[in-house]
Design a protein around this ligand. Structure first.
Ligand code: SF4
Ligand code: SF4
Length: 338
């Protein structure tokens, strides 16, 4: 694996070089929130951020996406050119938990039997540069409870690790190596102890949430009073699912005006009462209890059944932003006690 050492003072030059290769998107301070946005130079990149408020999954699975456009003509329906994106992009400063979420979304959107060309084309055209979490680390983070690391490279093409005055850089994939020349030619000396930095960072994250251990309990508690007790507090606002880097439910609708139409895919949320409501009026998940059970089961049981992975990366966004302080770590711990 190729490695480089980059002086912090060289970041402006690095971003300028990257911006000549592709559109660069990075965490930016925006009216009190840190959000992923296009940057043209390093000045606009947030200096100290735990993580962005919005999960960067939106670069591959946008909030709202036109799948196709069509027109009614005398000869029948005509489809316009396909809407599959080919634009090259670089995501700069993705946190390790979010990069890992891309791998989990790959399992769903890029299966052997079914490959979502809209998602896959964006993944193929995007290089992911991860900024490892050394500090600050939020009290809401629990990636180590999922067997992950705050300095891990899962889902990364390039991993950057902050050593103070310098940044240690690892090139994980060929896509990452294609940007090697942007990072200069200084190779790290053998005396740099990156392992110690990694081990210290891991100790700062909560590893006590039994996310991977509750699957067998969930197999047997479909009818349990726990779901009602969680649901009583829930406002069904959907914040937890919209901010979550791994939630991926969507709805598809057609918008038609005159002879022109567009088929659009929009994020949906299992927390919404209308989520599973059928045209007949029947709703198989007619209560918030059923919906909260679904959320927990999907992340910690069904995704394990289907892909042998837990659908959570411990980013802590749902913990931080739930307006009524429902804490998924406590939900998991409550299941573990049953
Ligand atoms: S469930 Fe919560 S902690 Fe887990 S990945 Fe989603 S937002 Fe992050
Ligand atoms: S953010 Fe909280 S209140 Fe809103 S849907 Fe999620 S659990 Fe319910």
């Amino acid at each position: 694996m190729k490695k480089r050492l980059l002086k912090k003072s060289g970041i402006a030059e690095l971003v300028a070089k990257l911006a000549k290769r592709a559109g660069v998107f990075a965490p930016v301070d925006n009216e009190g929130n840190t959000l992923f946005q296009k940057v043209i130079d390093a000045n606009s990149i947030a200096k100290q951020y735990v993580n962005s408020k919005d999960a960067p999954k939106g670069f591959f699975f946008p909030h709202s996406e036109t799948l196709m456009r069509y027109k009614r003509t005398d000869k029948g329906m005509e489809l316009e050119d396909d809407q599959v994106a080919q634009t090259k992009r670089i995501l700069f400063g993705v946190r390790p938990c979010d990069a890992r979420s891309f791998e989990l979304l790959d399992l769903l959107f890029n299966q052997e039997k079914y490959s979502d060309t809209y998602f896959v084309s964006k993944r193929e055209n995007t290089t992911v540069i991860v900024n490892a979490c050394v500090e600050p680390i939020s009290k809401n983070c629990f990636c180590t409870s999922l067997g992950l690391s705050p300095t891990g490279s899962a889902g990364a093409d390039i991993l950057m690790l902050d050593l103070g005055e310098e940044i240690f850089v690892e090139f994980i994939t060929p896509k990452g190596e294609a940007l090697l020349d942007c990072f200069g030619d200084m190779e790290p000396s053998a005396t740099i102890d990156v392992q110690a930095v990694r081990e210290r960072a891991a100790t700062l994250v909560d590893a006590s949430v039994p996310c991977r251990e509750i699957k067998t309990t969930l197999d047997n508690i479909y009818e349990h009073p726990l779901w009602e007790s969680i649901a009583q507090k829930c406002l069904a606002c959907g914040t937890c699912t919209y901010l979550c880097p791994t939630c991926h439910c969507f709805d598809i609708s057609d918008e038609v005006k005159g002879d022109d139409g567009a088929r659009i895919r929009n994020w949906d949320s299992c927390m919404f009462p209308l989520f599973t409501k059928e045209t007949s009026g029947h709703n198989p998940r007619s209560t918030q209890k059923a919906r909260w059970r679904q959320r927990t089961m999907h992340k910690f049981k069904y995704f394990v059944d289907n892909f042998n992975e837990v659908l959570c990366v411990g980013c802590g966004r749902c913990v931080a932003y739930c307006p009524v302080n429902i804490d998924i770590r406590e939900v998991v711990k409550s299941v573990a006690k049953i």
